[in-house]
Design a protein around this ligand. Structure first.
Ligand code: PLP
Length: 282
């Protein structure tokens, strides 16, 4: 694979980052994951805008213009022959002598690499849905910033696997915030319910698109918190993320949701999302 590191395209074995990089020492960095379908980028603008926002919130320099970033994404897709897959992008504050205070003169480190995922959009998982468990949300309080500190979400995934499930929904003060790496939704009596934006959740790019399509399809949308108990009594549940699109949730803490099969609303939103995103892909 060819990867991109600080302005250069390199074979992955030759791409090296300093041991003093603050991404490594402090998780002082942010990332984005953009999906590629049929060799084209899904919602590139949304991811580029969120990257700028994350960097701003951390007073970090943006090392690349949006135009150049698009060019790098396209170049990696071409060089690595990606039809369906993901592009991972990470910007850290760079290398500096270890100190908690932000260094004044560090140059940001920017890395992009690709992951081929043949058949990404035809995942058989969407036909059967996923099972989730509820766990306490023990992440830090600025989840709207897409930082590389992903240890608790990793622990959550492991807890889910240990329970024979696919993922965990995180619960804070009795209410679901989101999934370990996705936004969480329920459907009750035709109303789509998902937590409102704030510091408590990541502002999903897929979430924004799906809510827009739902409203265009005349669905009623409520952006508010919900409990695990309300979710267990819902007609449907699902998650969204760049890499899973719209993925039905059929079980929460052992309780079947609705019929225990993927719901019609989730299936329809998945179809609309894939169709519209493909049309708008760059
Ligand atoms: N919430 C969290 C915690 C995430 O890590 C992610 C994606 O990585 C999402 C939500 C979904 O965001 P997006 O739709 O932009 O992929």
């Amino acid at each position: 694979r060819t990867v991109y590191l600080n302005g250069e395209y390199l074979p992955e074995e030759e791409a090296k980052v300093s041991v003093f990089d603050r991404g490594f020492l402090f998780a002082d960095g942010v990332y984005e994951v953009t999906t590629v379908l049929d060799g084209k980028l899904i919602d590139f603008d949304g991811h580029a805008m969120r990257l700028s926002r994350s960097l701003n919130e951390l007073e970090m320099k943006n090392p690349i213009s949006k135009e150049d970033l698009l060019e790098v994404h396209r170049e990696l897709v071409a060089r690595n022959g990606i039809e369906d897959g993901l592009i991972y992008l990470q910007v850290t504050r760079g290398a500096a002598d270890r100190d908690f205070a932000y260094p004044k003169d560090a140059e940001p480190t920017i890395v992009l690499f690709t992951q081929a995922k043949p058949g990404l959009s035809t995942s058989p998982q969407a036909e059967v849905g996923i099972k989730v468990i509820g766990i306490e949300d023990q992440r830090w309080g600025r989840r709207d910033i897409k930082t590389v500190q992903l240890l608790y979400p990793s622990m959550g995934k492991m807890m889910a696997k240990a329970a024979g499930c696919d993922d965990a929904w995180l619960v804070e003060d009795g209410f679901v915030t989101e999934g370990t790496s996705n936004n969480a939704y329920i459907v009750k009596d035709g109303v789509l319910i998902t937590r409102h934006l704030g510091h408590e959740i990541l502002h999903g790019i897929t979430r924004a698109a799906v809510l827009r399509f739902a409203r265009e399809a005349q669905m009623k949308v409520e952006e508010r918190p919900f409990t695990l108990k309300e979710a267990q009594g819902a007609d449907e549940a699902f998650i969204t993320s760049a890499s899973t699109f719209v993925m039905p949730v059929v079980e929460i803490d052992g309780a079947a949701i609705g019929t225990g099969k993927p719901g019609a609303v989730a299936a329809r939103l998945r179809e609309i999302y894939l169709e519209e995103s493909r049309k708008a892909a760059v």
